[in-house]
Design a binder for this molecule. Structure first.
Ligand code: ZN
Length: 349
């Protein structure tokens, strides 16, 4: 009998802790993971701010400042001189984790993700977003982390925008899933139901919390749930083997902003959250409920609140489908003229 199976890469360990110290050596030995070298990848600023939490042996430290591909390549050259029995520890926000994923890909070393903020589902996803020298971003498929350790005490101290961004990235799953269904209907694209369900659950669990009458985004219980949902979202992408379950038209919109206005672009999940409103309007859906939630948690609900000019946003929507021509979304159903876009997004102007 033929056995059909598939391989997915699950982290060996996931720890969500709320402690004054991260005893990584203890955690590693508990999981029978022995690494003679631990290589910390961080930014100087974050390391200085949070180094008191790092209660474990670190053999080498590499700080990244501007996070361009060139700068990360220099780190890779230096790391290659070290032993193979090394574990990379990405300690920082999205950019640090993404840089660590890329370093893991290039060096073949395993890596841990120790996020200092819950700003997007990249904590655990097989994709790294990196900046080129000209400011343009590229997306590269990478291995997933060997382990994830989230310290709630640290992520609670991150700016509130990082939390809003993490929420936005999760809410976008619904928009991404609608596009996936659309691609199935119009293009015959195959849906992976495991990936689909996980992405939906991640979205739904955060939505249920946001529906409560009062919500404190800095509450540790909420942050714990946010971390779980972001990780489940990452898992859905790992299962699908692409970002499809968590990235549709709303992400293309955000990528277009990054591409057109690299100096002006803001947190990924906040741009994506605005992209959901845009995509929903193109789908002909009501956005009142989303607007209500956005207002409650401080996500932008108008072009002005997002910090852009009307013409900039119209241009971003116009070129959004070009950001990933393979990804079929609601935007493919329209001829995106300036006039049409302006009419469609009028509730956001
Ligand atoms: Zn995202």
């Amino acid at each position: 009998m033929k056995t059909i199976s598939r391989r997915i890469s699950l982290p060996v360990l996931l720890e969500i802790i709320d402690e004054e110290k991260i005893n990584l050596d203890e955690i590693l030995s508990y999981y029978n993971l022995g690494y003679s070298n631990k290589i910390l990848i961080s930014s100087k600023e974050l390391y200085q701010k949070y180094k008191k939490y790092l209660n474990f042996r670190i053999e080498e430290k590499f700080f990244i400042n501007i996070f361009t591909l060139d700068e990360i390549e220099i780190v890779i050259k230096n790391i290659k001189k070290l032993s193979n029995d090394s574990l990379l520890i990405g300690f920082g926000g999205g950019r640090v984790i993404d840089a660590t994923k890329y370093i893991g890909l290039k060096t073949g070393l395993k890596f841990f993700s120790l996020p200092t903020a819950l700003s997007h589902d990249g904590i655990y996803s097989p994709v790294a977003v990196l900046s080129q020298d000209n400011g343009m971003k590229i997306r590269i498929g990478t291995p997933s982390p060997l382990g994830i350790v989230v310290n709630l005490d640290i992520v609670q101290q991150a700016p509130i925008e990082t939390i809003r961004s993490g929420i936005g990235d999760l809410l976008s799953n619904l928009s991404a899933l609608k596009d996936w269904k659309l691609a199935e209907k119009d293009e015959g694209e195959q849906i992976d139901n495991f990936a689909y369900i996980l992405s939906y659950l991640a979205y739904n669990s955060i939505l249920n919390l946001l529906d409560k009458s009062s919500i404190n985004l800095k509450d540790k219980e909420f942050l714990e749930n946010l971390a779980y949902s972001l990780i489940i979202s990452g898992l859905s992408m790992e299962i699908a083997g692409s970002s499809r379950p968590c990235s549709g038209a709303e992400h293309l919109f955000s990528h277009a902003i990054d591409y057109l206005y690299p100096k002006k672009s803001i947190f990924h999940g906040i741009q994506v959250a605005f992209g959901i409103l845009v995509a929903e309007l193109f789908r002909g859906e009501e956005i009142e409920r989303m607007i209500e939630i956005y207002k409650k948690i401080g996500l932008p609900t108008s072009v002005k609140e997002l910090g852009f000019e009307k013409k900039e946003i119209i241009q971003a929507i116009k070129i959004a489908p070009k950001m990933n021509k393979e990804r079929y979304t609601i935007f493919n159903k329209f001829k995106l003229s300036k006039l049409l876009i302006e009419k469609m997004i009028s509730p956001l102007l």
